[in-house]
Design a protein around this ligand. Structure first.
Ligand code: SF4
Ligand code: SF4
Length: 204
């Protein structure tokens, strides 16, 4: 795979990410439903997974900012301590469960859809799939979103979007691993494929 192939791959992933954002933004507007200001509860869990392919835009952005060595070192330090919390999360020391994603515009699929996806129920109908936190802090907004989705407002379905992205490069598109390892492997993937002077495309 040459530089142009990687740029075009990253462009295609980012195009799918943008289309997800358009749909979730619409739902947020229609249902007046947003994550509480500063909430980062989902980023603090130890269970977030991504594929290497989904992490390509993040890896590109990390190279662009020149932070690849510090990110790799942090991943390795955390792995040695069995700490799987995302290395890109910057916690807010003054508020529990709050903080921000330092690469928000480039975040992978699960981060993008968590709390704003739909799923198919047993009747194969789409229903809104909110995060637990949202159902507690914004029950009315969640209810409006449920009504909107059951009335036909389209929201991405995780598994379907996952397959769409994975099909872009099945070699690195199907295997999910803890997010830090996905980021590390995406950095390695780009490192071995980018010639000197490689310039990244704006991911999102
Ligand atoms: S998806 Fe849920 S846990 Fe994550 S930031 Fe939004 S409200 Fe918080
Ligand atoms: S990539 Fe960003 S949004 Fe996803 S878990 Fe890490 S800090 Fe959170």
């Amino acid at each position: 795979m040459n530089t142009n192939d990687i740029l075009s791959l990253s462009y295609e992933i980012s195009r799918i990410y943008r289309s997800i954002d358009r749909k979730t933004n619409r739902l947020q507007k229609v249902a007046s439903l947003r994550c509480p200001d500063g909430c980062g509860a989902c980023c603090k869990t130890q269970q977030i997974e991504a594929t290497v392919l989904e992490a390509i835009p993040i890896a590109e952005a990390i190279f662009e900012r020149g932070e690849e060595i510090s990110v790799m070192e942090t991943v390795e330090a955390q792995v040695s301590q069995n700490d799987f919390s995302c290395v890109l999360f910057r916690p807010d020391a003054s508020r529990a469960d709050c903080g921000c994603c330092t690469y928000y515009a480039y975040r992978p699929l699960l981060c993008r859809l968590f709390g704003f996806a739909s799923r198919r129920n047993r009747l194969n109908e789409l229903e809104f799939s909110p995060c637990k936190h949202m159902t507690v802090v914004s029950p009315d907004g969640v209810q409006r979103a449920r009504i909107g989705v059951s009335a036909g407002l389209r929201l991405p379905v995780y598994q379907e979007t996952f397959m769409r992205i994975a099909a872009l490069n099945p070699n690195i598109g199907f295997r999910r691993r803890p997010i830090n390892l996905a980021i590390k492997e995406a950095l390695e993937y780009l490192y071995w494929r980018q010639p000197r002077g490689f310039k990244t495309a704006k991911a999102v």
